[in-house]
Design a protein around this ligand. Structure first.
Ligand SMILES: Cc1cc2nc3c(=O)[nH]c(=O)nc-3n(C[C@H](O)[C@H](O)[C@H](O)COP(=O)(O)OP(=O)(O)OC[C@H]3O[C@@H](n4cnc5c(N)ncnc54)[C@H](O)[C@@H]3O)c2cc1C
Length: 398
């Protein structure tokens, strides 16, 4: 669903492509992008009500199909000034407002029936180098895939962030941003130097503020609030500035391993999950270039899977060691595929996300592996016969 969103907004997308083409001359690129983006979406065109042919698409582009919003208007914004205008309108009309970037919210924070106006950021996708701030600027409406592509092709760098290329920069970065390069390079927020946010003051007036991590910045608290506080909490983010961006590896070894549920009786399942947790507890710091998602699907889905990527000259050896440790006392996977790919190709493919889900997701961070009692509970629920449960999984991301 989200994958097509920018295709529906050709002007914004064209502005972004211009930034990439001009990537070797950062100063010019910054100026060009700002002008083109400002001009791209005029305010009147951006007021989208239910009668507008774009409404159904924009109102329904949230990833979790459990929630469908019904706002009076969607404001497709093309500039920071557009956001200020939209927020002022919402405040004056007393309308509850929400903001959408990539649409990958798990919950109904945007698609809540009480939300009467949605500010849609998907036309603000510029990525450029800002020499004044000595930082890379990424507008909130860009997807991770677009940010990866433009930063890498323009300057050979990347933001270490999520594995799903359709996730939006807007909601992702403020929440932390974790993905394949983060064990080595930290979270996306660790690289946020500044953030431009449209906030509403006590008098009910919207204005844009730039908050940086500079100790002397009087808005530093607002910057800090965007380094893990979550999207939608403190204002509308229009752009982030990143510093100290790393170079990604030239290539990565992507892999998919599967264990068939057939024959994976409870002791074997328990051992496999235990081996996985113990390996990361013992070796997590030793292998910063190994990223995995261990997808423990319900039995009716046939298999459980380990997907991920690893980089470096010894990538094959690291993967072999990891697979051997997982299979200790259980046996190897029933299938294994792996392939070396250029880093950008792997980043744009990501975890091959699928759309059309209605789901409930809960997540947390583990410092220690699951104890036997919790693995047994997972096993019970994943194997329970219940025809009304169509799907479900425990995903252990490392
Ligand atoms: C399929 C899928 C894969 C994912 N993969 C990863 C992953 O690999 N790593 C990871 O760390 N996370 C991952 N996530 C979680 C994802 O990072 C969060 O759900 C994130 O908040 C989504 O941001 P968004 O802009 O796409 O979503 P949206 O639905 O647009 O927004 C999510 C929240 O952020 C707010 N928000 C959005 N834009 C702005 C803005 N410009 N200013 C202020 N608030 C804003 C919204 O109001 C909402 O509350 C994944 C989620 C899904 C559904």
């Amino acid at each position: 669903m989200g994958v097509h969103s920018r295709g529906k907004v050709p002007r914004g997308a064209a502005a972004g492509a211009g930034a990439l083409a001009a990537g070797t001359a950062p100063t010019t690129a910054a100026a060009a992008v700002a002008t083109t983006t400002e001009a791209a979406v005029g305010a009147p065109k951006g007021h989208i009500g239910p009668a507008d042919p774009r409404y159904a698409f924009l109102a329904g582009r949230g990833y979790n199909e459990r929630f469908i919003g019904s706002p009076d208007h969607i404001r497709l914004v093309g500039s920071t000034d557009d956001v200020v205008r939209a927020l002022n309108d919402a405040v004056r009309a007393g309308k509850r407002v929400a903001v959408r970037s990539g649409g990958h919210c798990f919950e109904d924070f945007v698609d809540d029936p009480a939300v009467r106006m949605v500010i849609d950021m998907s036309a603000m996708t510029a990525v450029y180098y800002d020499p004044a701030r000595r930082a890379f600027a990424v507008e909130a409406g860009a997807t991770l895939g677009e940010a990866y592509r433009r930063l890498f092709l323009g300057w050979g760098v990347t933001v270490p962030a999520g594995w799903c290329p359709e996730v939006g920069v807007g909601g992702h970065v403020a929440a932390g941003g974790y993905g394949p390069l983060c064990r080595r390079h930290g979270l996306a927020v660790d690289h946020v130097f500044a953030v431009e946010v449209v906030v509403v003051d006590r008098g009910g007036n919207a204005r844009s503020v730039v908050a940086t991590r500079e100790p002397a910045d009087t808005n530093r608290d607002l910057w800090w609030a965007h380094t893990g506080g979550g999207g939608g909490s403190f204002g509308v983010v229009t752009r982030y500035w990143f510093r100290d961006l790393p170079e990604p590896p030239a290539d990565v070894l992507s892999f998919t391993l599967q264990w068939s549920w057939e024959g994976l009786h409870e002791p074997a399942f328990t051992r496999l999950v235990h081996n996985h947790g113990r390996w990361f507890e013992r070796h997590g710091d030793r292998y910063p270039d190994l990223y995995t998602e261990f997808l423990l699907f319900r039995r009716q889905q046939g298999t459980i899977m380990l997907i991920g990527q690893v980089s470096g000259a010894d990538a094959e050896r690291v993967l072999d060691e990891h697979v051997a440790a997982l299979g200790d006392g259980v046996g190897g996977p029933t299938s294994r595929t792996q392939e070396r790919r250029p880093w950008l190709a792997a980043a744009l493919k990501g975890s091959e996300e699928t759309f059309g889900w209605r789901m409930k997701v809960k997540s947390g961070s583990l410092r220690r592996p699951f104890p036997a009692r919790q693995i047994a509970a997972a096993s019970r629920l994943l194997t329970k016969d219940a025809p009304d449960i169509v799907s479900g999984a425990v995903s252990l991301n490392s």
